[in-house]
Ligand binder design. Sequence first.
Ligand SMILES: [Zn+2]
Ligand SMILES: [Zn+2]
Length: 462
Amino acid sequence: MKKIFDFNGNKEMKEMVINEKTTTESLIHLTPAALKELILKYYANETVTALKKKYRITRSKHTIVKAFPTVSFSNCRMCDKPIWSRLLVRERKNIISFEEELWCHACKHQENSSICQCENETCTKERIFQKEEIRRLQEEEERRKQERDKKREEERRKLKEVQQKIRDEMEQRGLGREGMEIDDQKVKIEHNEITIEIINDFTIGGGGKLKNENELSLNERLILGAFIRGTQLEGTTDLQIPLMNKYLITPTLDFFDQMLDYLIKNQLISPSRSTALTECSINQYDEVSFNKMMIRYRVNVIPSHSYKNMVQNLIFPKSEDFLKDREFCQEIWCKIAVGEVMADLDLSLEKKNIVYSPRKVHQQVFEYLINYFSINQIYNITNNAGNRLSTKLIEGTIHPSDAADSMIMHIENYGLKAIREKWDVKPFYRQTRESILTKMIFNNVLTIGDAGYKEVARKYFQ
Ligand SMILES: [Zn+2]
Ligand SMILES: [Zn+2]
C-alpha cells in the first residue's frame, strides 16, 4: 500500500530507521547517518546531479531512489522489530512516499487480525477475543431480531383479529363505518385497543415521556398554539387538519409539513383514539402506518391547571413571555417572513399557471434577503421579477419549466445589487392571505401588527 510521510523539512527525523543490510553497492561507502541525510535531501527536492556529486555516487545504474536501502517508520507491535518499507520516487516536496509493508517479516504478524496467522501469544489472544466478540455481537443481533419479529408478528395478529372482529360486528348489525362510533360499546372498546397500539407504535423512540405545560419551550408553545388554533374540532379535544385551506395555518404547505413533523417528532401531539380505522394500515414491514394529514390528533402535554386553560394559554400566547428572548423573536420573525415571501412567490407563479414546488435553494435566497429587506420590500422585488417573467413568457423566450428558477435568479440578482448599492427599495402592499401562525407571531407574540411587514426584522431588534 502506498503511503506518505510528511517530514516537513525536519532534518533530524528520528522516526526513520535505515536498514543498512539493504544498502546497494553504489551507496555502500556511506554511513547510516549520511544515507539518511541523502534520502531526506532527495525528498526535499535537491537535484539528483547535486546529490550524486555531494555523496560521490558514481556507479548507480538505476534511478537514485532504487539504490536507497529500505527504511522503517514503525516497529512491529508484536516483536518490536522494524517493519521495512521500500521508498518510492518523490512527488511533492518534503513528502516521503513509500510502499508500506503490511506484515512483519520477522514474526509474520499483520495488523489485519482477520488474516493474521502469526504465532505471537498476544496476537493469538487478541484474535480469539475478537472472534468471540464478533460472534457474541452476531448472536445478540440475531436474538434481538427474533424478538422484534415475534413482537411484530404478535401485534400484527392482534390487530388483524380486532379489525376482523369489528368488521364482523358491523356486518352483523348492518352498520356502516360511521355507525361503529355510535352507541356500540363493545366495538368502541376494541377500536380503542387498536388505537392504543397505534399510539404506542407512534410514540416509540421518544421514550414516551409526556411534557408538562410549563416545560414547553417558546418554539414548542408557539407552534403547538398555532396548530391547535387551526385544527381544533368544535366540541371535542380532537384536532383535525382541515382538508381545504391547509395553508391557512402556515404561509406555505411546506411550512405546514415541517410544523406537523416537528409536533410529531417532539411528541407534542399524538393520534387521537377517535382516529378512523380506515386511515390506518399495516405496511409491508408489518408496521402500523397512517396518513398524517388525515388522522385525528390530541394534545400530548400535561396541563398545569386544566386542559381548557392550557389551550387558551397556547392559542393566545402572552407577548411578555416571548419578548424576554429577543433572539428567539428575531429568528421567528425572519422565519415567518421567509414563509410569507415564499407564499407570495408561489401565488405569483400560480397566477401565471405555473405549478411550483418550493426548493431549498429558493428558500435560501429569501433567507438571505430577509436580513436586509422587509416583507413588503421583497414583495416589490418579487412583483418586478413576476412582471419580467410575464413578458418573457409572452415573448416565448423562456420555457414554463424554467420559469421559477428564472424568477428566483432575477430576485436574487436584484436583491444583491440593491444591497451592494444601498438602494431604497420601495415597499409593495398586497392583500395577503395571512396565516394563523403569522397573525399569532405579529399580533400576539411580537405585538407589532403591520410593522411585521413594513420593518426589517434584524434592524428592529438591534
Ligand atoms: Zn513482528
Ligand atoms: Zn499477528
